[in-house]
Ligand binder design. Structure first.
Ligand code: DGP
Length: 225
């Protein structure tokens, strides 16, 4: 049987360069003859994705918990196809994933929507073999062409999001090297080189990692026996 592919997630603040870097990574893997698929969340093309799109563009209002669960559903609706692609040997690059899911919702400051609560609907989704966090200061992000007009694209929110990403990574990292911080304040090429090296290293480790894993519960939460 062919070796399975790797599940690689690219995360970061708005304007950190995720989409450009995902494209460069896709090209570089394809040029090396590796099968690649590239997906991004939110996937605004599905029925759920269209509701998310309207919300982000300020055309609809939704309860914080309701929109949170729509974002998570948008991942669940393609979870099976990610697993199938990985099993068929594709390396799947994902632009934003569960980490954005938990962090952006918790960053709203709703006292009934903690980071821990926000993580719950992510449990059981395919677990990335590698998560690359493109680190950039909120000031630098604002300089890069400024923020657009979508919900969340403002300095206060981005600062909170940044803090919460680090808080989340501390909790879910579990001592493994599957979350790597990349300094995205450098040139496109420098960042792309680091990403490419990290992903190649991950692909080489796939045998040692074993089958695709699932995102686990919040550490410390009680489990049923
Ligand atoms: P993007 O298409 O990558 O620019 O993402 C759109 C915006 O939505 C961006 O500000 C980040 C935010 N976002 C992405 N995924 C999620 C999610 O799962 N939950 C929440 N609350 N926000 C998200």
């Amino acid at each position: 049987m062919a070796q399975r592919g790797a599940l690689v997630v690219v995360e970061g603040l708005d304007r950190a360069g995720k989409s450009s870097q995902c494209e460069l990574l896709r090209k570089s893997l394809e040029e090396s003859g590796m099968p690649v698929k590239y997906i991004r969340f939110p996937d605004r093309t599905t029925a759920i994705g269209k509701m998310i799109d309207e919300y982000l563009r300020g055309q609809s209002q939704l309860d914080d918990h309701a929109i949170h669960l729509l974002f998570a559903s948008n991942r669940w609706e393609v979870a099976r196809s990610i697993e199938q692609d990985i099993a068929r040997g594709y390396n799947v690059i994902v632009d934003r994933y569960s980490y954005s899911g938990a962090v952006y919702s918790a960053a709203k400051g709703n006292p009934n929507l903690s980071l821990e609560w926000a993580w719950l609907p992510e449990i059981g989704l395919p677990r990335p073999d590698l998560c690359l966090f493109l680190q950039i200061s909120p000031d630098e992000a604002a300089k890069r062409g400024g923020f657009g007009g979508e919900r969340y694209e403002n300095q206060a929110m981005q600062t909170r999001v940044r803090e919460l990403f680090h808080a989340l990574f501390k909790v879910v990292r579990g001592g493994h090297d599957d979350v790597q911080i990349i300094d995205a304040g450098r040139s496109l090429d420098e960042v792309a080189n680091d990403i490419r090296d990290a992903v190649r290293g991950c692909i080489e480790r796939l045998d040692a990692i074993g089958p695709l894993r699932k995102l686990g519960p919040w550490p410390g939460s009680p489990r049923a026996e």
